[in-house]
Write a protein that binds this ligand. Sequence first.
Ligand code: G6P
Length: 491
Amino acid sequence: TDAAASFLDGRRLVVMSNRQPYSHEYDGDEVVVNRPAGGLTAALDPVIQTVGGTWVAWGSGEADRVVADDDVVEVPPEDPAYDLRRVWLDEEQVDGYYYGYSNQALWPLSHSDTTRATFSRDDWKCYREVNELFAEAAVEACDDADPVIWFQDYHFGLAPQMARERLGEDAFLMQFWHLPWTGWDVFRACPQAEQLLDGLLANDLLGFHTAAYCQHFLDTVEATTDYDVDRGTRCVRQNDRRTYVRPFRIGIDADAQAAAADTDEAASFWETFADAHGLEDRRVGVGVDRLDYTKGIVERLEALEQFFETRPEWRGEFTFVQKGSESRSRIPAYRKVQERVEAKVADINSRFGTTDWQPIVYTTEMLSGEALAGLYRHADLCLVTSLRDGMNLVAKEFAAAQLDTTGVLVLSELAGASDELGDDAVLIHPSDTPAVADAIERALSMPADERERRMRGLREQVLDADVYEWIASQFRTAERIERPGPEQESA
Ligand code: G6P
């Protein structure tokens, strides 16, 4: 908060994200407000509450329109601290912008999955149109003063340029891209590559999770445009405009996660859950994911199958709990993942299960943050097997909840998190099925002192580099860029 306030220096902050921090839903005839339960919106909300400003987001709650006068509603409802400005989208816009270009072009492309990426002209048109709507909403929120606009993620590849055209050079624009940035030769698969780069290069500061993604971005600019790329200052120059490209690894609210793992609710959830699935006297593994093809859930289940097949001594001794949450289900590739996961779980359970032991417990039930923290706390290992992943926060949530430091993190080397957590996690390549099966055995057989040493290392890292540090470091960098002192070169 201090870093944000110091940088803003009285200017208005406008934050833009596709998902909104507060939504209104009907409960019967009554309207209830859903608060941010976790993730980025939950972490940003207290910061924006402190510095004030406007948050621009897609009004997607059933009752949002009924509550909001004039598009703007003050939040939080009981103690208004900032404006939430909704952008309203019709069905066709949601299809083209969200389900279409964002999630069937940019999402697979950024995860280097070009076979799943489709670049429809109609989707692109919608994406552009919706980016205009968001840019206009941001400009309206500025009240003619020079603002600071902070764009979140790949839904807004064009909005920075559109806002820049309206606001001029004195506005400070910054953006964080939460996905990986792929290599330039993969990004070429996108027919709108140049327009997207021009959109993003209207920012003064552009952030990615890792140094490698920054490098890939600069490579892409160099290969695609004739702008000047200065590798020394990690900056792109086009005439007088400069865009600084920097890594900021996102974290979680680690103290809150540790506290959640220590609640009565966490303990009682675990007790009931363990009892229902016969987990008390068994070793337990856990996986928690949105049902997305990038998470490598089917690949993980194949490794578990191979583990039980080649190590019969672990049958009846180890249970894997997979929690999945439905996501983007209007897209066929997502429905297919859901079906494949269900089928694979059923397969493994019928192949190896016995009357008193089920190898895989699969649930898509909504769990509270505390319940989930209880599950993480009591698990002996966590499997993160993403095929590509910008960061992966499950790895960090697991570590923060491991109050007893007995569990082992098995982590994909293709997740951004492996950059920081690679020394203390057991790293795997998610497509190397036998290696993942070996890693499961290694985690389960690891001596207690090694487990403790590794988990302490992970927790130290996760508690230290939390989401508040992620926010602060971006504003510190923004300040160095805007008011360069002797440190400019290292900004
Ligand atoms: C990723 C993206 C976020 C997004 C989240 C959930 O983490 O980086 O921007 O909000 O997935 O996906 P959804 O499409 O449901 O918002």
